[in-house]
Design a protein around this ligand. Structure first.
Ligand code: ADP
Ligand code: MG
Length: 259
């Protein structure tokens, strides 16, 4: 390495242009091959750096979000789920609702793809630069209660209050304890009109008083959550069960074809 290259490497490091630094020879060769002029070359180098930084940011955002599994909108089979409007999902994927601090409710029976869509839309929000945190409702409630008893509630509310989008999965599978409902109300109030909440639930909104164990708290929570909200109701049978049935049917038909 000659002195000039060494100095350049150092400057690129100091400017934190690590993608340009690590791939400099390849990028310059490519620029020459494409016969880019100086300005275009500079632009090409910036693109490479931005691509690397975006990639890092997204990887970091995905690990912070704590999704339970990897699911994307590309993996979602809209044909087998006619109650989901692809146009509405495309609109939600722009994450405008996250920018606005709106609430999104994904409602429907078990197995219809609520968590799948929640994770996929969460990933879209991360790609667009928003911070996301995913938590099963039961874990969130248990953590708020534990923090409350340990006099660390403020810290926990800060933790759940900070991300731009908080995804609360499976609200309603287990009813909240009375204390937990009050703590949940505090969280919703804190996030109100600042950050978005996405909730998946197998219970209709009308049943949430039962979930929270208290009609007054439930009303106060719903009042804030539903103020600026989008609701996606998914109907139909469990996707997994349907897949099983279909593979069963396929087996029967191939056996019949052999005969
Ligand atoms: P829910 O949260 O509504 O109970 P999930 O989102 O966990 O259901 O879906 C159950 C499983 O079926 C997941 O592995 C999910 O990826 C898959 N699944 C559900 N609906 C679809 C679909 N329309 N296309 C592809 N996979 C789906
Ligand atoms: Mg689920």
């Amino acid at each position: 390495m000659n002195l000039e290259t060494d100095a350049l490497q150092k400057m690129l490091t100091r400017l934190q242009l690590t993608a340009v630094r690590d791939q400099l020879d390849n990028l310059l060769d490519e620029a020459a091959r494409r016969e880019l002029n100086q300005r275009e070359t500079l632009s090409f180098l910036c693109e490479a750096e931005i691509a690397r930084k975006d990639q890092r940011r997204i990887a970091m955002g995905l690990s912070i979000a704590k999704f339970p599994f990897v699911r994307t909108l590309e993996d979602f089979d809209f044909h087998s789920q006619p109650s989901v409007d692809p146009k509405q999902i495309r609109e939600l994927a722009t994450s405008r609702w996250v920018a606005n601090g709106d609430t999104l409710l994904l409602l429907g029976p078990p197995g219809v793809g609520k968590t799948h869509l929640a994770v996929a839309l969460g990933r879209e929000a991360i790609q667009r630069g928003y911070t996301v945190l995913f938590s099963p409702a039961a874990v969130l409630a248990a953590n708020l209660l534990r923090a409350h008893h340990g006099r660390r509630l403020e810290e926990r509310l800060g933790h759940y209050g900070k991300p731009k989008l908080l995804i609360i999965d499976e609200l309603g599978y287990l009813p909240f304890e009375a204390d937990a409902a009050h703590l949940f109300f505090q969280l919703v109030s804190r996030r109100y009109e600042r950050g978005s909440i996405m909730v998946t639930s197998n219970r209709a909104v009308s049943e949430w008083a039962t979930v929270f164990g208290d009609a007054v708290v439930a009303t106060a929570i719903l009042d804030r959550m539903l103020h600026h909200s989008h609701v996606l109701t998914i109907r139909g049978d469990s996707y997994r069960l349907r897949e099983k049935k279909r593979s069963g049917l396929l087996k029967v038909s191939t056996e019949m074809a052999k005969k």
